[in-house]
Each structure stands twice: as C-alpha cells, then as structure tokens.
Design a protein around this ligand. Sequence first.
Ligand code: P5A
Ligand code: ZN
Length: 478
Amino acid sequence: MDDDAGALPPKNDFSAWFNDLLWRAEIMDVRYPVKGLYVWFPYGFAIRKYVYQRLRDLLDRDHQETLFPLLIPEQEFMKEAEHIKGFEDEVYWVTHGGTTLLDVKLALRPTSETAIYPMYALWVRSHADLPIKYYQIVNTFRYETKQTRPLIRLREITSFKEAHTVHATWEEAEQQVEEAIALYREFYNGLCIPTLISKRPDWDKFPGADYTIAVDAIMPNGKTLQIGTVHHLGDHFSRTFNITYEDKNGEQKLAYQTCYGISERCIAALISIHGDDKGLILPPAVATFQAVIVPITIGKRHEDVMTAAQKLRTDLTTAGFRVKLDTRDLRPGAKYYWWELRGVPLRLELGPRDLDAGKVMAVKRNGEKTSLELATVTEGMTRVLGEITDTLRARAEEHTKSHLCNVESMDALNATLNEGRVAVVHWCQQRECGDGIEEKTNASILGTDVRSVYVPVTEGKCIACGKPGKATLVGRAY
Ligand code: P5A
Ligand code: ZN
C-alpha cells in the first residue's frame, strides 16, 4: 500500500474517513470496474472470516448450514405477488446461455426465498419434519438504485447470511423470531456493537412478511444503518409454494415460516463504530491479528531480542492467539503507525531492557501501557484483551446513548435530526401521521416496540396528531 498519499481524514468527516480507511487499512479495493461490486483484500477478508465464524458458531447451535443455487427460474421467482412487487426492480436476469436465448429466464438471487421454498415443499411431509432451521452464507445480487457504497449498499452482497425456518404454527414461528433476535443481539454484543431493535412500520416490512423486526446501529455521523432483519412470514410463502405437513390427526396443514438475514453491513458497523482518527480499531474477538510483536533491536543485542520475540510469538500462537511478528526492516515508529492504522488491539514491544527484566511492554490501541511478565504472558494477554473488549463496548454504548434524544415536537425533531442524532418520539401508528413525520423531516420512522435499554417503552401523544401513541425511533437512515 502507498502510505505516502497524505493522511487519513479525521473521523468527524465520516464519509471521507470511511472510504479512505477501506484501502489504507486494506479492507476493500473499490476500483473493480462494475458499480456496486468491490474486492476484499486478504487483511479485510480475515476480519470477515472471524466475524462470520462467530455467526456460524451461534447458528450451528440449533441450525444447519446448507447451500442452494444462485439461479432462480422465472416461474418460481414470480409466484409470490408481494415479494415480486418488492424486488422486481432490483433483479438481475440471466437471459442467454452463450448465444442462445434461454427458454426460461433465470434470476440471480436477490435473496433466496424463491430458491429454497420449492424444495421445502418437497422436504416437509409430516409434523415430525418440523421445525426446519437452515441457513446459508452466499452472495446475492440487488440492482440497487440508491447510491452504492462499499460494505453498506452493494449490488453484489458478498456475505449474505440468510436463515429460513419452517414451523407447524404461527406462534411457533413467532417464538423463532424472538430466538433470532436474541441470536443477533448476542452476535452484535460479541462485536461490541450496540443495537436498536424495533418493529418496522407496515409499509417498510419485508415484501411478503407479516411483520419485520429490524436491528439498527447508529453510525458516527448519527445516521442509522440497518444491520439485520428478522421476518415473520406467516403463511404467505407456504400458501404460494404449497409447504404443508400432515399433523398428528392426519390432516394436511399449512406451515408457517420465518427468515432472517445479515450482510457485510455488520463489518461496516464494526469498522465505523470502533475506529478513530488513527484508523481501524478491531475488537480482539475478530481482529486479523490480536497482537503484533515489534522487536526493538539495537546493536549487538539484535540476536537475543529476535530469538526472544520468536519464542514469544510461538508461545502466544500455541496458546491460541493470533499474533504477528513484524520483522520488517523499518523503524519501530513506522511499524506502530502501520499497525495502528490496521486496528491491531495490542502491540507488544520487546527490547533488550524488557528482555533483561523478563518483561514485555503491552501497548493498547488507545495508547495505554502495561508491562507483562514474559513467564505468564498468555494470562496477561487474556486479561489485557478482555479489558480492551470491555472498554470498546463501553465506549460504543456511550456513543449510542449520547446520540439518542427524546423529542416532543416537530421542530425539536428536525433540530435533533440535524444535530446528527436519532429521535425517540411518540407516534399513533397511523400511516398518514407517519408520512407526515417522514416528509417534514426527510427521515425515516425506524420502528416501534423498541427493545433497547436506552429507549423505555412509553406512551404519549403522537407528535403529528396528538392522539395516543407509542415510543418510536426516527432517524436518517443509510
Ligand atoms: C432475510 C434473509 C431478507 O432478504 N430474506 C432472507 C430476508 N431481508 S433483507 O432485509 O432484505 O436483507 C437482510 C439484510 O441484508 C442487508 N442488506 C444489504 N447489505 C448490503 N448491501 C445491500 N444492497 C443490502 N440489502 C440488504 C441489510 O442489513 C438487511 O437487513
Ligand atoms: Zn398521529
């Protein structure tokens, strides 16, 4: 990478900071010559690997991983009316095989309901087959017309985790929605990303769903990013695709379904929420390297220090840490700068004096220093990495708390949004008032029934009409 091309813009110039950091920290290259498609650098792809491994581990507790085809025949795609309406403007079509026009057009999956559910219809026979809880992690394609951005709004979503479940009753599907929300909460807590979880208004639910629960994060500029959704599909798709089962009394019954998804937006949130003016800050759980060892060698102690640094690396690697030993022929200062930009949580500086004292200097990404005993270095690492995680989580929570504001009038709402904050208002849940609020503020109603410690469930007068209303999040969304 070319580190000489000026400095990273400050984080308060968020868009510039984000775009610049993606290439400087070697996460994504945005120069691929198709709009909305981007390339993962190996360093960024390693972060993705650790993030998605956590997601897999959570799902694997009671889901099974599967893999469906990318191409969906037109007849299947066109079966569910609401779903088509929601996606028809976003679908890429494959129309030719070589020079031959295909008999049946094939859609590149924008999401896989219409690929998976015809197969579920074949697989589900009796109540004993239920519930089904499968997921896949695949690329999906959406011809997005809003401004595309790396990791945030892609035309090829490279890392789409979609889970699709089938249940005997509406209530069991509702229970699954709750479990999926709990799972996403745990996932994001592991990434130290505070979430706002709420029920989307009816006009903003997933095409073909009974209702949608969304997970939003507040980005540094106060805009919200939808970083996951959980949908109760009722029997909309099971009717269309004929997913039925024989119940205990031998009767044929319609099944009920849910689906829920997360994309690489989780990594956009991770980078944005934790980073600072110096660059990336990665939580140890998903850092490409959890620590970098920088040997400080001078004169004739070079060999000693290098030998000790290699031993340190071996000890830490054996204990399960991801560690990089930076032996490049660069000044230590240049190495510090390099690894700070790339967000490594801990730097281990090892020089002759540390060595003689049986110690190594551990410097956290925020500059805090602690001296660790070499003899018990793995315990020391565990403790310090734990502290780093706690600090990051607390810092992110503070950001979220300070970007939420209770608002009781339209004027105050506009002011709050313009300050880059997310508002909590009361809203009567009527579409008319919702449209009014959105138009007057150029913002979105994110949702009601907010599940967040920062947003108590309250009732009050609708800020548009004065009738009784529920606590509702309003924000400017990506
Ligand atoms: C749930 C999984 C679905 O597609 N079908 C299977 C359901 N829901 S969704 O809300 O449309 O998408 C799930 C999540 O994916 C992210 N997302 C995107 N990320 C990057 N670029 C895009 N173009 C994009 N579109 C959706 C969102 O986080 C969304 O919640
Ligand atoms: Zn109202």
